[in-house]
Design a protein. Structure first.
Ligand code: PMT
Length: 221
């Protein structure tokens, strides 16, 4: 149907920066505001999709007409995504997931003592990579936030994480990446560059990515 290219599709989008607890009052996070993921949620809904937004610490209002699942850590997000994985047609991983978390979250507030404090961090689960391994019919869209060698890193993430598309942003550029209302991206598939989108509203980035996804999903059920 014209204007509703995602009608009847179920989409899960992750947004925001995960929170990895150090103790009851402190945590590690990152600069993601959730705007990019929220733009995907809103745009997909307008294109006819049934949308679930898995939201970690997002700084903007949730769009109307979608299901929101608030989460904190990478572990929580992993669980929330996998609970919905089987029924999903498209999964968009716009969240900035922590790569490491404190080995243990202290049960009580850590007291100040000594001149230095060492936190031991352990790797978190790579959600996109585990989705890539579990992929059957789903169309999987990952992101790559880079400060250098964008093409190289995007290509390696696409391959390693078995994504259908990687949306790569050079987060050192003005108006691109974390916290802004705009973004500029290069979209890659296994063959290489699919499309380059110069700085524009995050909703417009989402719309163009979702149109590519919709056209490539035809024939999948
Ligand atoms: O939220 P905003 O303020 O609007 O900012 C948007 C954004 C910069 C956060 C967004 O455009 C973006 O680039 N999101 C991905 C950020 C990121 O973590 O990129 P990465 O290159 O570290 O990770 C690559 C991919 O693997 C991402 O899809 C990420 O969700 C996923 N990943 C990473 C680590 C991990 N443990 N699990 C994952 O699933």
């Amino acid at each position: 149907e014209a204007g509703m290219p995602l009608l009847g599709k179920k989409m899960v989008v992750t947004a925001g920066g995960t929170i990895e607890r150090i103790d009851p009052v402190r945590y590690i996070t990152n600069d993601s505001s959730g705007k990019m993921g929220v733009a995907f949620a809103k745009t997909a809904k307008d294109m006819g999709a049934e949308v679930t937004l898995i939201a970690a610490n997002i700084q903007v209002k949730y769009p109307e007409g979608i299901t929101v699942v608030p989460v904190q850590s990478a572990d929580d997000m992993h669980q929330a995504v996998f609970e919905r994985w089987e029924q999903s047609d498209i999964v968009v991983k716009a969240a900035a997931v922590a790569d490491y978390r404190p080995m243990e979250a202290a049960k009580q507030k850590i007291k100040k003592k000594g001149e230095t404090l060492t936190l031991e961090l352990v790797k978190t689960v790579d959600i996109l990579e585990s989705l890539g391994k579990a992929k059957t019919h789903q169309f999987l869209i990952g992101f790559a936030a880079e400060t250098n060698d964008l093409e190289l890193h995007a290509a390696s993430k696409l391959e390693r994480k078995n994504a259908d598309l990687i949306v790569a942003n050079d987060v050192t550029q003005e108006g691109v990446g974390f916290g802004t209302d705009t973004n500029a991206v290069k979209i890659f598939d296994k063959q290489g560059l699919v499309k380059e989108i110069p700085v524009t509203a995050k909703e417009e980035v989402a719309r163009q990515v979702l149109l590519i996804a919709a056209s490539r999903m035809d024939g999948r059920k």
